[in-house]
Design a protein around this ligand. Structure first.
Ligand code: DAH
Length: 343
């Protein structure tokens, strides 16, 4: 086969391939195969040494012409494909602005925080101020200033996590009473919400970490009736009209007298039901008149001032409010559970 025919053949084959090219990548493969170092035209050029000297210029010219034509065609085709690919990409990536928006899934407040916020709103409405303090607390505040000396049997009631001999994870929010009295002058009206810790086994009603809210009022002539009135207002605000309190005598080292406080069962309104075990009452907090010993230890003159204090367990209120029967649900962070409280 003569040089001319060979070139014609390669040219024709290449034109065919070029016309059939469908993508940029496809085209690049063709280019390498036909024009590249190992391409067929290149091979022909290389083989020109075997031609006679008078054939060579003619052959060279034909090869170069073919090469130039093909290159031009290739470039044209490349542009064409690129334009098409771009158009397709635009088409593919069009945003359908009429589609309903996909809202990012939002978190929500934890039910304990929701209850905490409600209580805070209730008490700040009565003139209380919110005061927060350390969860890693000195034994001195957690126990000593709360009238629970070292080796006192009252310490046994609270299974304490000790960090060292003098530092504990606070077992209640009551140390905030001392912190408030030591840093403020009466009249004092504070609530102190936060986490507390006890070395309890986890079960449906116990957790080593839970939440309390301490309340403290110090002023002249504060008495037990003020505590009652405050807690009655709180009960009504939280659970509605007709919900009141019942005080039962109790003992706490930091209050004297001390009381355990029940609220009217909000699910049966006092008639007696499964939730209140037929009593019509639900125990939710402890309280009393601040022990004069505590006042004195915290630098308050007990002959001038008196005060009341109370401590509310937030888990219990949260569980009652939402009908949650297992405390563990509150800590597992299961979104299926938590999302039910989203507002
Ligand atoms: N600190 C007590 C507890 O954790 C609760 C308590 C009882 C707080 C009586 C008080 C109080 O302020 O007066 O069990």
């Amino acid at each position: 086969m003569g040089m001319k025919e060979r070139i014609g053949e390669i040219h024709e084959a290449m034109v065919k391939e070029l016309l059939g090219a469908t993508s940029t990548q496809n085209l690049e493969d063709i280019r390498v195969r036909l024009l590249g170092k190992k391409g067929e035209l290149t091979a022909l050029l290389r083989g020109m040494g075997q031609l006679s000297p008078d054939e060579r210029p003619k052959a060279g010219q034909m090869i170069n012409e073919a090469r130039a034509k093909l290159t031009e065609m290739l470039e044209k085709k490349a542009e064409e494909i690129k334009a098409r690919e771009q158009a397709e990409a635009l088409e593919r990536e069009t945003i359908d602005v009429t589609q309903p928006a996909q809202l990012p899934s939002l978190g929500g407040a934890h039910p304990i925080n929701m209850v905490m916020d409600e209580l805070i709103e209730c008490f700040t409405g009565m003139g209380f101020e919110v005061l927060e303090g350390p969860e890693v607390e000195l034994d001195h505040y957690n126990f000593e200033l709360m009238n629970i000396p070292k080796n006192h049997p009252a310490r046994d009631a609270q299974d304490t996590f000790y960090v060292d001999d003098n530092i504990v994870l606070r077992t209640h929010t009551s140390p905030m009473q001392a912190r408030a009295m030591l840093t403020r002058k009466p009249p004092i009206r504070v609530i102190c919400p936060g986490r507390v810790y006890r070395a309890d086994e986890v079960d449906a009603t116990h957790s080593p970490v839970f939440h309390q809210m301490e309340g403290l009022v110090i002023d002249k002539d504060v008495n037990m009736a003020d505590l009652r009135g405050t807690l009655n207002a709180f009960a009504e605000k939280l659970y509605g009209k007709g919900i009141t309190t019942r005080f039962r005598p109790s003992f706490f080292p930091f209050t004297e007298p001390s009381t355990e406080v029940d609220l009217t069962c909000s699910s049966c309104h006092g008639k007696g039901c499964r939730i209140c075990k037929g009593t019509g009452w639900i125990e939710v907090l402890g309280g009393g008149m601040v022990n004069p010993k505590v006042l004195e230890m915290c630098g308050i003159d007990s002959s001038v001032y008196s005060g009341f204090a109370f401590g509310i367990g937030l888990e219990r209120i949260t569980m009652l409010r939402y009908g949650i029967s297992d405390m563990r649900l509150l800590y597992e962070g299961d979104v299926r559970f938590l999302s039910q409280f989203r507002k």
